[in-house]
Design a protein around this ligand. Structure first.
Ligand code: GRF
Length: 252
């Protein structure tokens, strides 16, 4: 398997003498590059997941990976507060857990810088947002360009933002669903990897609809992650081409 995002370092940067000379910053890069190099050698990519709540999508991804024996390392789960329920599942699986309390940072930028540092230390080839309820800064998004993905509970570009199920019901749509996409600076605007639709039924409320959509989420998020790990995703403009092609839209 070819890793999609190895960091390139030159021989000069790689020697420990250079590291000493260039100080802590270079050592930091050295450490990250070392981790990425190890992943490259063993042909195993690393995933870091960010959560804020129950973490059911993360759980679906881990369980699918276990069932299908993906060659992947779940390098860590980071939550922005210690009460995030999904941390319990991560711990039960022996996956390293970190809490970076957003309230302890004065600005979004400083919080995101702390997150970047932690994620890089864990050595992420892919960063998964799974119900991470913080707006990310452009700097964070640029840092993980092409290796940051999210799931949104609606058929984008319909209903970006919050309260998607309520808004779908209000709009009277017949179909609703979920979208996995690369994250770009526009909110819920990045290239779409795959989508699944579910019917809106007579008598639905936001909870019944959310539950139906969640079942779809648990099916498509693991698929999208596997495609990424297999190096099958090509971003062309604002579209994602799957190589070799297969359906990227599922009607459930
Ligand atoms: C999901 O509905 C996801 O689409 C949205 O936040 C929710 C997270 O659920 N971004 P969970 O924490 O994965 O259970």
């Amino acid at each position: 398997m070819t890793p999609v995002h190895a960091i390139e370092i030159t021989d000069a940067e790689c020697t420990s003498r250079s590291c000493r000379k260039l100080g802590r910053a270079t050592e930091y890069v050295h450490k990250i590059a070392f981790r990425v190099a190890i992943n490259y050698i063993v042909g195993m990519l690393s995933i870091v997941t960010l959560i804020s709540g129950r973490g059911s999508n993360f759980e679906a991804i881990v369980k699918t990976a276990q069932k299908e024996r993906w060659p992947v390392k779940f390098a860590g789960v980071i939550a922005n507060h210690s009460a995030a329920k999904g941390l319990e599942f991560a711990r039960s699986q022996g996956i390293p857990v970190l809490v970076v309390e957003h309230k302890e940072y004065a600005t979004r930028e400083s919080f995101d810088e702390a997150l970047i540092e932690k994620i890089d230390e864990l050595g992420a080839d892919l960063v998964i947002l799974a119900g991470f309820m913080r707006i990310l800064t452009p700097g964070f998004i640029r840092h993980f360009d092409g290796r940051l993905i999210n799931i949104h509970p609606a058929l984008l570009p319909a209903f970006p933002g919050l309260h998607t199920h309520e808004r779908a019901l209000e709009a009277g749509v017949q179909e609703h669903g979920a979208t996995v996409h690369f994250v770009t600076e526009g909110v819920d605007e990045g290239p779409i990897i795959c989508q699944a639709s579910v019917p809106v039924r007579e008598g639905d409320n936001a909870d019944t609809l959310a539950a139906r959509v969640l079942v779809a989420e648990h099916q498509i998020y693991p698929r999208a992650v596997k495609w990424f790990l297999d190096g099958r995703l090509r971003i062309e403009g604002n579209q994602v081409k799957l190589q070799p092609p297969e359906p990227q839209f599922f009607k459930l």
